[in-house]
Ligand binder design. Sequence first.
Ligand SMILES: Cc1ncc(COP(=O)(O)O)c(C=O)c1O
Length: 317
Amino acid sequence: MTIPILNEKEIVAKLQTQKNPFFSEYYAFYSSWFGGIVKDPCMMLLPIDDHMVHRGDGVFEAMKAVARSVYLMDEHLHRLCNSAEKIALKLPVDIKKIKAIVLETLRAANQDNAIIRIFLSRGPGGFSVNPYDSIDTQLYVIITKLGAPPPEKYTAGTVIGKSHIPSKSSWMAQVKSCNYLSNVLMKKEAVDRNLDFVISIDAEGHITESATENILIVDQNHTLIHPPLDSILKGTTMVRTCELAREHGMTTAVKAISLNELQTAREVIITGTGLNVLPVVKFEDTTIGNGTPGPIAKKLQELMLHDIAKSGRGTAF
Ligand SMILES: Cc1ncc(COP(=O)(O)O)c(C=O)c1O
């Protein structure tokens, strides 16, 4: 076998013939490494020596644009800065500039609805594990199609299970790092078991979260409860859901939740950027409530949709 040694022209020509069924969903990509925005999906590339690629050394965020407005953008950017700070990653430009870059990339994407992922990477350098071997933090922003769960997940509810993947340490759980292997394996577990989600359980037997979603319960006193923030990622959707609940007269609490409390809850609820508020009707073999979506999950989803459309919590572009 002779493997060709390619020149630049041949590589570009080859890239342009590459087929990927997801390409039609990729709208725009900003790369600080390129110093601009790319709209051709086959050119949305990263340097392989970026430590984010070979060591997972970076942090990221995912937020959504609905009707040309980015929902909870400042909350997501705040979490991005927190994650970067936790891994001592210096921002390449200040947060105002990052925001401006994201909004300009969105304008280039020219779509009403989209999902925006922002990556802050340690940057290109050598291939060692040493973060000091990288040149400088890079910023990548990728705008893609916004998906949504099928409507029946809201009307019939979701089925969840217990993950066998160990839950993250408190410190790791609070960083939205590009080291998401345990999250990936949880998603794989859910898909392999034909479940909507699996949730991880900590060493004390308390529930933590799902692969990229938070989990809440409504207890017998109608209190909406989520696990302590030192064991999970502080979900922007979960926080906003609790605010909306309080604004509408509900009581909320933060408390460690045992598996038994989950199984005997009036309602179990999943929240996340891509899905808003979803009801859970079954955990493994246990039916939650009467096995149909509960009134509080339905109400919170309605409030969330209204909030996205009308609250002014979005940043227009
Ligand atoms: C581990 C984890 N938990 C929870 C969430 C939900 O957070 P949000 O509501 O901000 O999407 C995410 C998604 O970013 C996540 O990755």
